[in-house]
Design a protein around this ligand. Sequence first.
Ligand SMILES: [Zn+2]
Length: 214
Amino acid sequence: MNALPAYDPEQFSACAAAIADAAREFAAMGWTPATSSNFSMRMDDGDYVAITVSGRDKGRLGSDDIMVVDLHDHPVATERRPSAETALHTQIYRRFPDTRAVLHTHSRTQSVASRLFGREGRVRLQGWELQKAISGHTTHESTLDIPVFPNTQHMPELTARIDAWLDTGRPLHAYLIDGHGLYTWGRSMDEARRHLEALEFLLGCELDLRRLSS
Ligand SMILES: [Zn+2]
């Protein structure tokens, strides 16, 4: 028995189109290799999330490649099973009620940075003008920490680590998973995309600095 009403198909179509548009651009940038990565948007009523079905080519998503889940990862009005990483998306929607879009990519830059900084458990960004692209950061003089969590196929372990970080009260705009990729989000698809583009750029700058100064 489901107490929640079925979702509005027009809302679903709008979210699916926005996800497919963004995913096509990220795929063209090479950030979603070999059907990896996943993207989601919270639907207007707040209780449902439109999310990519796992294993699909992110450069050519249609509405069949996007499904609806509730905030506890249960599929809504579909026989499809959501990917295991859906739990990482719904965690962000539960913890941040104003979040509307969550983006997860596997770019080469993100993957290499996650390995390099995994030992330190975080990437500390300081002194970069583009930090201002992250909401709440108004100056390059601020410090922006992107935690790197160990990779695991056991999602409850990963969500527990993310909850533990959030429970300390530290800000969280994004995180890396070691050897895996990046998660970031925003109060709109545009904001989430800005965060993803800025972080991809900033992680690339950090890698270049390490390379040039060694
Ligand atoms: Zn992934």
